[in-house]
Design a binder for this molecule. Structure first.
Ligand SMILES: Nc1nc2c(c(=O)[nH]1)N[C@@H](CN(C=O)c1ccc(C(=O)N[C@@H](CCC(=O)O)C(=O)O)cc1)CN2
Length: 298
């Protein structure tokens, strides 16, 4: 059997960003609307700083308005919620996002609940989660949205496929399962407590690994020809001791890529697979929110 096709998320995301930029241009010319995205970063988590910087740069590159609000790690919940309230009321802002994780003294569910569902470009509010689960138009979480785009591109019609999602977070596993269900897949959500995880995964035509455990999914878990989407990002010191001493890291997914690619039909790498889709889908969600807030068919 031949090796898996490597799904190039970086190239796909670049194309999506071009499409978003064209939509932004049309919105400006035809409706005088410039989509605006506000990102709130609390504290100094190193990875979050990179993601937030990239969000700001890519928002501007797509022709949108971008704001980044940096708050100290010891900001109070009240001050954070007051900022979210201000952004909810700001007509130049169509998307509001608080970067996760936040420091332990802040309550993630209360922060999400404070975001207006109409501006919830992360798709995390109960309103948007409920709308997704009910088959109603919703803003949906960016990473699973990106996974769906890659899956549809790889497989075409997903109807009737058996899909296993490993992981049950609100940001990834649960919305991923809802999106696969909406595409008429037969969906199983598995997690770290599932019994016989390898046996469950082996039934799947589509495997989405979002459990956060480096290289957990092995080759003998995979049905030959299955499409494997790796959402995990674990960071380890570089294998090169000199680079490691200089603080260089390498990224590892939830899937043992080198062995699984010999069995799968198609597979996303880490880095360069799902990750770049997250920000591209955030830009697309911001355009969707801007259209809906201005009563423009979306
Ligand atoms: N409010 C949110 N917080 C977080 C989300 C989110 O969707 N909303 N997701 C992640 C972080 N994230 C975006 O915020 C994100 C993760 C990964 C990438 C990415 O491009 N990854 C690259 C590797 C980049 C690197 O070197 O670290 C890849 O996989 O190729 C973009 C965005 C958690 N928080």
């Amino acid at each position: 059997m031949s090796e898996a096709r490597i799904i190039d998320g970086k190239a796909f995301a670049a194309k999506l960003r071009e499409q978003v930029a064209a939509d932004v241009q049309a919105l400006k010319v035809e409706h005088g609307v410039t989509p605006g995205l506000a990102v709130v970063l609390v504290g100094d988590d190193a990875a979050s700083q990179v993601y937030v910087r990239n969000k700001g740069e890519q928002t501007l590159a797509a022709g949108m308005h971008s704001e980044t609000h940096r708050l100290p790690a010891d900001v109070s919940q009240d001050d954070l919620l007051a900022l979210v309230g201000k952004l909810n009321a700001d007509p130049s802002i169509h998307g509001v996002l608080v970067q996760f994780p936040v420091p332990d003294h802040l309550k993630q569910s209360d922060i999400v609940a404070a975001i207006s569902p109409d501006k919830d470009v992360d798709g995390l509010t109960v309103t948007n989660a409920g709308r997704l689960a009910s088959g109603l138009p919703a803003l949906t979480p960016c990473t699973p949205l990106g996974c769906m785009m890659l899956l549809k591109d790889a497989l075409g019609d997903l109807r009737g496929k058996s899909a296993v999602v490993i992981g049950r977070s609100n940001l990834m596993g649960k919305p991923m399962a809802q999106m696969l269900l909406a595409a008429d897949c037969t969906v199983t959500i598995a997690h770290s407590r599932s019994q016989d995880l390898p046996g469950i995964v082996r039934q799947a035509d589509i495997v989405v690994a979002a459990v956060g455990r480096a290289e957990m999914v092995k080759a003998d878990w995979i049905k030959p020809g299955a499409v494997v989407i790796d959402v995990g990002i674990s960071r380890f010191p570089s294998r090169d001791p000199v680079a490691a001493a200089a603080g260089k890291t390498r990224l590892v997914g939830d899937v043992a890529f080198d062995e699984v690619k010999a069995v799968a039909g198609a597979i996303t790498p880490v880095p360069g697979g799902v990750g770049p889709m997250t920000i591209a889908c955030l830009l697309a969600n911001t355009v969707t929110a801007a259209k809906r807030l201005n009563g423009i068919g979306a």
